[in-house]
Design a protein around this ligand. Structure first.
Ligand code: AMP
Ligand code: MG
Length: 507
């Protein structure tokens, strides 16, 4: 009996826990927790948001609601709009901006920070932040605002990355307004995205704390990061070094995924680089249209520091900057030694995934697959082929005798015809069939990859007050492998005139 009773009690306990965890809340029931004020005041700034005029909802994200247990019927209320606008502060929330430093295009900038993002606190370990919510101590010469186009870009793309299984911050909702700011060419309406992340700590945050040269201060931040992103290391010996190793591993995987899907971040400054291994701070990013290994998507990046091909090297460089900032609390040489594993790890994950995108198995034949992939990249570039469309069409290829679905959409056919000869050989060596490869490829080759011209269409409509395409793209972003019959044209190659455009940082 006692055994039975205690089993019953613990069963009920688990049940209520599950129930409590799943309890769907109203907005007013959400309780936010702020855990950043354990740091000295010089590391953050308590500041209330400055609301926008006539805020209006552009879109909300039901999947993100689920993550914070918010009942999404709440998102259609004016309270929800006020919440994103920063005029409604929820229980437990004390808004603040974080300070950080960073290397921008290789040069150290000692004082940056959330110049236009304000943290509200966390629900379910998702740290909520409203971006574009007014001046903070770290706004420097700027206005603390974000315009609609860049907000839509961040909102959709963070969900598109999630849809592709690439580690990223998320977004709960976006509002537009009747407040205006001046950007490059005209007045633009201000918007706010409520974004959320398991962590907002950047390499640049460590650089800022490291300026204290104080062991205790830097350890405090490292402990915070361990608690937030590496809790399994909490009681380990040499935990700070192990935190770095874990981050290096995660970053290798992140970068491999970026490269595999042709994602370009555009501004991989250390202040835009997560210590949790996430894609953060979406600016002038792009998904590659036509494959071009040296593609640059940020038009202020004249030298191509953040070009597609450079991304893994830059990530490694950013890790070196972090190693340096951890010098007071770690054996820096050991960290630097570990960084030597970064590129080989990146390569392994990259090859593994690229092989899958070809329906092949990287473990079956080593070097020949690497050569096959290198040859493919060259051929795609020479043929002028839409990068992700290629993989989707390859997935649905039925025979090597009829390559028209691919060859009909390239400018030059010869390079790809030649590549298909090599591919056919490897397919036969690996004893694969069209059916067996299809089974592998269909899981990694999405039909929809949201290239910039597509998002641009949603932005243009939104400027006219029509937000439907933003909402449609959100669904496509989150379900890129599904059919979206009304949007078939977005699964086609990018029209040449819209291909590989550069974007400005101004946002
Ligand atoms: P980014 O390159 O967008 O990551 O921005 C670099 C730094 O400039 C960050 O500290 C931002 O918070 C800040 N920043 C960018 N745009 C604005 C703005 N409109 N108002 C205030 N700060 C900004
Ligand atoms: Mg940034």
């Amino acid at each position: 009996y006692p055994l039975l009773c205690s089993l019953l009690v613990s069963f009920l306990h688990i049940q209520t826990n599950i129930y409590q965890k799943r309890k769907i809340m109203k907005l007013n029931e959400l309780k936010l927790e702020v855990d950043y004020f354990e740091f000295d005041e010089k590391y953050y700034h308590k500041i209330n948001p400055t609301p926008l005029k006539n805020p209006k909802l552009v879109s909300f994200n039901p999947l993100a609601c689920h993550l914070i247990n918010l009942n999404y019927s709440e998102c259609e209320t004016s309270d929800f709009v006020d919440f994103i606008n920063g005029s409604k502060i929820l229980e437990g929330s004390t808004p603040f901006a974080m300070a950080y430093a960073g290397h921008q295009f290789g040069y150290f900038v000692p004082q940056l920070g959330d110049g236009r993002a304000i943290n509200l606190g966390a629900v379910n370990n998702w740290h909520l932040q409203i971006k574009g919510s007014g001046l903070t101590r770290y706004s420097r010469q700027s206005d603390g605002r974000a315009v609609l186009r860049s907000s839509i870009r961040e909102y959709i793309m963070s969900e598109a990355m999630f849809g592709l299984g690439i580690p990223t911050t998320r977004a709960l909702g976006i509002i537009d307004s009747d407040s205006f700011v001046h950007r490059e060419w005209e007045q633009e309406s201000c918007a706010i995205v409520l974004r959320m992340s398991p962590s907002w700590i950047r390499v640049g945050t460590f650089e800022f704390f490291a300026r204290s040269r104080d062991k205790e201060t830097i350890s405090q931040l490292a402990d915070y990061v361990i608690k937030q992103s590496y809790p399994h290391l909490e009681n380990e010996e040499n935990k700070y070094e192990k935190m770095f190793y874990s981050l290096s591993d995660k970053t290798a995987e992140l970068l491999a995924k970026w490269q595999v899907y042709g994602f370009q971040h555009g501004v991989m400054n250390t202040d835009n680089f997560s210590v949790a291994g996430l894609t953060i701070d979406y600016g002038p990013y792009a998904f590659m249209d036509y494959f071009e290994k040296n593609a640059i998507c940020n038009h202020t990046d004249a030298e191509g520091r953040y070009s597609y091909n450079n991304q893994p090297y830059v990530a490694r460089w950013n890790l070196l900057v972090l190693a340096n900032a951890l010098g007071e609390i770690c054996d820096e040489n050991r960290l630097k030694e570990y960084i030597k594993t970064f590129l080989p790890q990146h390569e392994k994950i990259y090859l593994d995934l690229m092989n899958k995108r070809l329906g092949l198995d990287a473990s079956k034949s080593g070097n020949s697959n690497l050569l096959l992939i290198l040859e493919l990249l060259g051929s795609l570039e020479n043929a002028k082929m839409d990068y992700n469309v290629f993989f989707y069409r390859l997935t649905h290829l039925k025979s090597f005798e009829d390559l028209s679905s691919i060859l009909d959409i390239v400018v030059f056919q010869e390079p790809l015809k030649k590549w298909f000869e090599s591919y056919k050989k490897v397919c036969i060596e690996q004893e694969t069939t069209f059916e067996s490869r299809f089974e592998v490829m269909k899981k990694v080759n999405p039909k929809y990859v949201l290239k910039n011209y597509i998002i641009q269409e949603a932005i243009e409509k939104a400027h006219e007050g029509d937000y439907t395409l933003v909402n449609d793209l959100l669904k496509i972003a989150q379900n890129p492998y599904d059919e979206h019959p009304f949007f078939e044209r977005y699964a086609q190659p990018t029209p040449m005139k819209f291909a590989n455009i550069k974007l400005s940082c101004s946002s």
